[in-house]
Design a protein around this ligand. Structure first.
Ligand code: AGP
Length: 624
């Protein structure tokens, strides 16, 4: 959430800043701005709304500057408008600050600064930082020391970029429990919240550690702790394989990413699963392609695996839904008690993990603040740690001892689809792997599971081939104001994920419920205007789920279901059936979600919504 960029060197700063910001727009698109030093004077340009608004402004002004910082905002304090957009400046207009994070004691600092005569132009927490820096600067005109003194007054977690027209040869970057990378070029240097944004210019990067400040000039980077002690760190090399960011003929990235799912699954599966006759091999550090700092693969010894007595999973949003499926798989196949926590919900609570716990953090971005905090807490208590992420260079990847990287490529659309499937695949692989090591499944069962798993990509292809039928059904429900999704067991998370996708993409209010819970309250909202979407696949809970759907039908709800081909009960009970190929119940979460992703997409597109960048969202949620 919020992206910070910076540039200084011989080139024009604004096109570079703009290019970097384009790579970070996924972190927020409420407003954007830059501060550059043009002919010795600080020049700030900002615009509410998407980055394209700032781009138009920059194109018309074309500031001539070779140093600057930029920001793309996801609003926390203050509505998205020009005033609240970053950068923020001090009253003399000489210092500018961009900020990612939350300053928890901003109100107290604001009052203090106001009593000292500082006037505030925005409602943001960020503005206290620039006034604090300026206040400290007035004491000794030492910008580095002023920033260090100011930073010590701040509570919360944050990343900052700071420029001053009095020191036009440098940018300061501050990282306090966030991510910031300095890209090293030839007589030019770059700053970005995500190293992906500097990759287009250089593959040599220094990542700021926690509670660190960087003084960046064209010729070098000096790192300091918040106590002012200089530290040395060598740059790391970024993976240089090209990212393909192209819609490839699809109308939206989201639709393309839904269609990429069979390929993504095959890539994730083939990395760890060579042949159904062979045990799954998660110990694959030999495949490492990253910075060399990350422990790819699962390296727990057989003894350590056998000694595990608990698994705790931490995640948010879609990753949480994947983890809910993971819990059921791990308990079913490995027989170890497993709990899944919404990462933000364990703040301020005891985390009951110990040296016999495997703590798993699941995050597409690997930067979700709450997930990282939960992971750190578990790690500090001695639990084994495993990360499941799509970003091998993320914060999460560097924090965990064991790492499974999903093979999705960049997911551009803010709503997660292909990464959900890949997270599910990771849980299937992990559950089978641990079960084989602990001997909780027979060789035959393990082989059967692997065969089934390998069939899933083809089933998804078959569902995607029915896209037109799914569209025809979906748009009939586009005018609904409320939609209820129900499922049981392994497909309760599917119902939750279906509801989340519909909300995110179409802004229609949708809720997911465990089907058996419907009659305990939610059924009160049902009438002929509320579509109920049931996930109904053959297996242990089929009959009970069908009964719950009947209860909804008796309240005149419009009835839609996801069911397997040839399910006559489904055809009789429901107004519309989104059919999927027959599937073993255990693997059904991977296929049953696909028609729901498409349904949400088609409804959102029909309603003319911004499918790839839905309002109010950010792809990487780096505030708590
Ligand atoms: C998914 O569509 C979401 N936009 C969101 O719920 C996301 O899954 C959540 O913010 C967690 O992100 P992460 O996987 O990067 O940690």
């Amino acid at each position: 959430m919020c992206g910070i960029v910076g540039y200084l060197g011989p080139s024009q700063a604004f096109p570079v800043l703009l290019n970097e910001l384009k790579c970070l727009e996924y972190r927020g698109y409420d407003s954007a701005g830059v501060a550059v030093i043009e002919e010795g004077r600080l020049c700030v340009l900002k615009a509410a709304g998407k980055l394209s608004n700032l781009e138009a402004l920059l194109e018309s002004k074309r500031p001539k500057a070779s140093v600057g910082i930029g920001h793309t905002r996801w609003a926390t304090h203050g509505i998205p408008n020009d005033q609240n957009a970053h950068p923020h400046t001090d009253k003399s207009g000489t210092v500018a600050v961009v900020h990612n994070g939350i300053i928890e004691n901003h109100e107290e600092l604001r009052d203090e600064l106001k009593s000292l005569g500082y006037e505030f132009a925005s409602e943001t927490d960020t503005e206290v930082i620039v006034h604090l820096v300026s206040h400290e600067y007035a004491k000794d005109q030492d910008l580095l020391q002023s920033i260090l003194r100011a930073v010590k007054r701040l509570s919360g977690i944050f990343a900052l970029g700071i420029v001053s027209q009095k020191h036009p040869d440098r940018i300061y970057a501050v990282n306090h429990h966030y991510s910031l990378s300095v890209g090293l070029g030839d007589n030019e240097n770059f700053l970005a919240s995500d190293s992906m944004a500097v990759r287009q210019y250089t593959n040599r990067v220094i990542k700021l550690d926690q509670s660190e400040l960087a003084e960046i000039t064209t010729t070098g980077v000096r790192l300091f702790t918040f106590d002012g002690k200089e530290v040395k760190r060598s740059p790391i090399a970024l993976d240089t394989s090209p990212y393909v960011i192209d819609k490839c003929g699809y109308k939206h990235f989201l639709l393309k990413e839904i269609h990429e799912q069979p390929l993504v699954l095959r890539q994730t599966l083939s990395k760890y699963l060579r042949h159904p006759n062979h045990p799954i091999d998660l110990n694959i550090d030999h495949l490492s392609t990253g910075s060399g700092e990350t422990a790819y693969g699962v390296h727990l010894t057989e003894e350590e695996i056998k000694g595990l007595d608990r698994i705790s999973v931490f995640a948010c949003g879609t990753a949480y839904h994947a983890s809910m499926v993971g819990k059921l798989l791990l308990e079913e196949l490995v027989g170890i008690p497993c709990e899944v926590e919404i990462a933000s919900e364990i703040r301020g609570r005891k985390v009951l993990v110990n040296e016999s716990t495997l703590a798993i953090a699941v995050s597409q971005s690997g930067e979700t603040a709450d997930t990282l905090a939960a992971l750190k807490e578990a790690k500090s208590k001695g639990a084994y740690t495993l990360g499941i992420t799509n970003r091998a260079d993320s914060h999460l990847a560097h924090l965990t001892q064991n790492l499974m990287v999903t093979e999705c490529g960049i997911e551009v659309s803010v709503a997660a689809t292909k990464t959900y499937l890949a997270q599910l695949a990771s849980f299937y692989l992990l559950a089978i792997y641990l079960a084989e090591k602990r001997g909780t499944i027979s060789k035959e069962r393990a082989k059967e599971l692997k065969v089934q798993l390998n069939l899933v990509p083809t089933m998804i292809e078959q569902i995607l081939a029915r896209e037109e039928q799914i569209r025809d059904v979906s748009v009939k429900y586009a005018e609904a104001h409320d939609v209820v999704f129900i499922g049981r067991g392994l497909n309760f998370p599917t119902a939750l994920e279906g509801a989340l996708k519909l909300k995110e993409l179409s802004y229609i209010h949708a809720s997911g419920y465990a089907a058996g819970e419907l009659k305990h309250g939610p059924i009160a909202v049902l009438d002929q205007n509320v579509p109920v979407i049931t996930v109904l696949v053959p297996g242990a809970v089929y009959e009970k789920t069908l009964s719950n759907a009947q209860e909804a039908r008796a309240r005149k709800a419009k009835m839609i279901c996801v069911a397997v081909d040839g399910d006559e009960q489904a055809t009789k009970t429901f107004d519309a059936v989104l059919a999927i190929p027959p599937v073993d119940e255990l693997f059904s979460p991977m296929t049953s979600v696909v028609p729901l992703q498409l349904l949400s997409y088609f409804i959102a597109d029909y309603l003319g919504k911004d499918v790839d960048q839905p309002r109010n969202l950010a792809k990487s949620v780096t505030v708590e």
